[in-house]
Design a protein around this ligand. Sequence first.
Ligand SMILES: *[C@@H]1O[C@H](CO)[C@@H](O)[C@H](O)[C@H]1NC(C)=O
Ligand SMILES: *[C@@H]1O[C@H](CO)[C@@H](O)[C@H](O)[C@H]1NC(C)=O
Ligand SMILES: *[C@@H]1O[C@H](CO)[C@@H](O)[C@H](O)[C@H]1NC(C)=O
Ligand SMILES: *[C@@H]1O[C@H](CO)[C@@H](O)[C@H](O)[C@H]1NC(C)=O
Ligand SMILES: *[C@@H]1O[C@H](CO)[C@@H](O)[C@H](O)[C@H]1NC(C)=O
Ligand SMILES: *[C@@H]1O[C@H](CO)[C@@H](O)[C@H](O)[C@H]1NC(C)=O
Ligand SMILES: *[C@@H]1O[C@H](CO)[C@@H](O)[C@H](O)[C@H]1NC(C)=O
Ligand SMILES: *[C@@H]1O[C@H](CO)[C@@H](O)[C@H](O)[C@H]1NC(C)=O
Ligand SMILES: *[C@@H]1O[C@H](CO)[C@@H](O)[C@H](O)[C@H]1NC(C)=O
Length: 563
Amino acid sequence: MPRISIKVSSFVFLAASGCLAQTQTQTEFNWTSIKPSAKLKWTKCYGEGFECARLLVPLDYASPKNSKTAAIAMTRLRSTSSSSTYRGSLLINPGGPGGSGVEYVLEAGSEIAGIVGAEYDIVGFDPRGVSFSTPSVSWFVNDAERAMWNPPNANAMYHSLNESTIALPYAYARSQVQSQLAAARDAGFLQYITTDYTAQDMLTITEAFGFEKLQYWGVSYGSVLGATFAALFPDKLERVVIDGVLPINEWYSSNISNTMLDTDKVLNAFFTSCFEAGPTICAFHNNANASSASDIAGAFQTLLSSIQQTPVPAIASLTQGNAGYGIIDYTLLKNTIFHALYAPYDLFPALAQALADLAAGNGTTLYATSGVEEFTCGGASALDRSFEAAVSIICSDMTPNVTLPDLRAVYAREEALSQFADLWANWRAACAGWKIRRPGRYTGPTGPMKTIAPMLVIGNTLDPVTPWPGANQTANILFPGSGLLTYNTLGHTSFTAPSSCINSWVYAYFKNGTLPPAGTVCQPDAGVQLFSPNGTDGLIERDLVDGVSVNGRVTKRKLPFRL
Ligand SMILES: *[C@@H]1O[C@H](CO)[C@@H](O)[C@H](O)[C@H]1NC(C)=O
Ligand SMILES: *[C@@H]1O[C@H](CO)[C@@H](O)[C@H](O)[C@H]1NC(C)=O
Ligand SMILES: *[C@@H]1O[C@H](CO)[C@@H](O)[C@H](O)[C@H]1NC(C)=O
Ligand SMILES: *[C@@H]1O[C@H](CO)[C@@H](O)[C@H](O)[C@H]1NC(C)=O
Ligand SMILES: *[C@@H]1O[C@H](CO)[C@@H](O)[C@H](O)[C@H]1NC(C)=O
Ligand SMILES: *[C@@H]1O[C@H](CO)[C@@H](O)[C@H](O)[C@H]1NC(C)=O
Ligand SMILES: *[C@@H]1O[C@H](CO)[C@@H](O)[C@H](O)[C@H]1NC(C)=O
Ligand SMILES: *[C@@H]1O[C@H](CO)[C@@H](O)[C@H](O)[C@H]1NC(C)=O
Ligand SMILES: *[C@@H]1O[C@H](CO)[C@@H](O)[C@H](O)[C@H]1NC(C)=O
């Protein structure tokens, strides 16, 4: 969802999570200078319009009186409307899991306020266990140990389970080590770092604002969080938008293979739109010397096989930092392509250029656009632990009993759906050996649910990781009565491309509770097209860290949220 800019690369399995260097200056706020409290006490932070607070919540909602506490880090972009029109907090979640809501509001708060109106405080919170919230999940004794396990400048991200014949069993073994490490070093709180308790935190936050019912907009994994809230507190819901939807029945039964339904269709759109754009706009068209989209697809597959057999060196810079050199292997290449499928309007042109250069034997461009991080130790921020938080949340929510044959079966099922199964099956691999299960945790819906107010559910017609049927199922079967808004576009979540149609429905919903009539389909704004000769200026750039200029067009280096 490139319209929302976020610094943290959230769901990156086996990801660069170690000693990252490039912390944005705006993240430099000393959270420990705020004393956590049970009432909201706001302190100016970060910049104009932002305030921060740390809210005490029970670590264990099963016995809130006796429980230890957690402190939820929150940042709000203050409402600028008068007190008579003020409508309280609108909580936002960027997905992941493990994504930082604090970062999200810093990057995207003003754009979101621009869509929903100035009557709300736009409130980003770091879910329990994540980032600036405490206690925060950390499996490693120090940053050096973390960086040894997950080197930030290695070709990490999702290790391809298809890179070699041992890749899958290797990932299985590796995850068991992680799982045991997490359990052995857990100070007794990991069992509470689950989506159901984060949903309860959202109610606690809402009440701390002096309101009874939730107002919320969650994207990607944030849809799981929003729907979990709706399932647990159906009468505490005022306005909930979920966008890029993964159905919670699939989430809690750890059966998320269906999320790969449309992934390859987005890739196919790369081939067709590249062909239609022509060689001056789509660089890979040239290289394929294409007389049809399938020529481009063929050249693409040839390139993939070639890199699978023969990795190539990439040297962007030997003098500027230590992320300037590496190896283009199958894992790095597949991750870079997969990344582009999340944000095709933004990233397809740069992907085409990178592939063209790579096919011509030059890996530099691809390496530079891959999102590889600088390797340093010592300056690491809490954000770097998002990978540990992500895996802890997923595995504690799902607690699948993963065996090697089971993992192979999941891989085979996903491979039948998508050629990105080698990346995606890491979801299942990561929970191998996970031991943390809280008795009584929410385990998913048992039938249709009725909420006191309807949710607004948004699904894109071609989303690479949260396909449209998940939104349809959520709006029509799990939560009948919800509004379903279909966005005829490709990419992940409605933030993939600007649409005043989407914005006006979201606005009307927050304003009045108005739902789009059944069957409503929005289009991107006029002029928004893949391989647009004019680029996609005007999108809310989501993953802007430091741009890399490709053919005069700035592309983004940061990996997006994985879910
Ligand atoms: C952050 O604030 C705490 C408490 O006020 C203080 O002890 C600490 O030195 C501060 N850290 C930095 C890096 O300024
Ligand atoms: C996962 O979900 C799909 C589609 O709903 C279903 O066909 C399949 O049987 C499920 N797999 C398992 C292991 O539950
Ligand atoms: C493309 O094909 C034409 C006709 O076969 C050939 O003349 C030209 O050299 C090719 N260009 C590239 C970049 O391969
Ligand atoms: C590879 O491509 C980059 C970017 O276009 C260029 O700067 C570099 O000189 C090329 N390297 C080689 C060895 O051709
Ligand atoms: C996990 O699966 C293995 C192999 O099928 C089985 O032996 C074991 O009892 C299962 N454990 C649990 C907790 O279900
Ligand atoms: C795995 O690699 C083989 C051999 O290159 C290829 O045929 C297959 O499509 C790949 N599968 C995935 C999911 O990448
Ligand atoms: C959407 O959900 C409805 C209600 O369950 C179902 O009847 C319909 O077939 C679904 N549409 C698609 C295209 O899957
Ligand atoms: C909200 O409702 C009011 C009163 O019915 C109406 O005037 C206004 O146009 C509605 N606004 C939106 C955005 O639907
Ligand atoms: C692209 O930019 C040119 C020059 O500013 C403009 O005339 C044209 O309408 C734009 N095209 C699109 C599709 O926005």
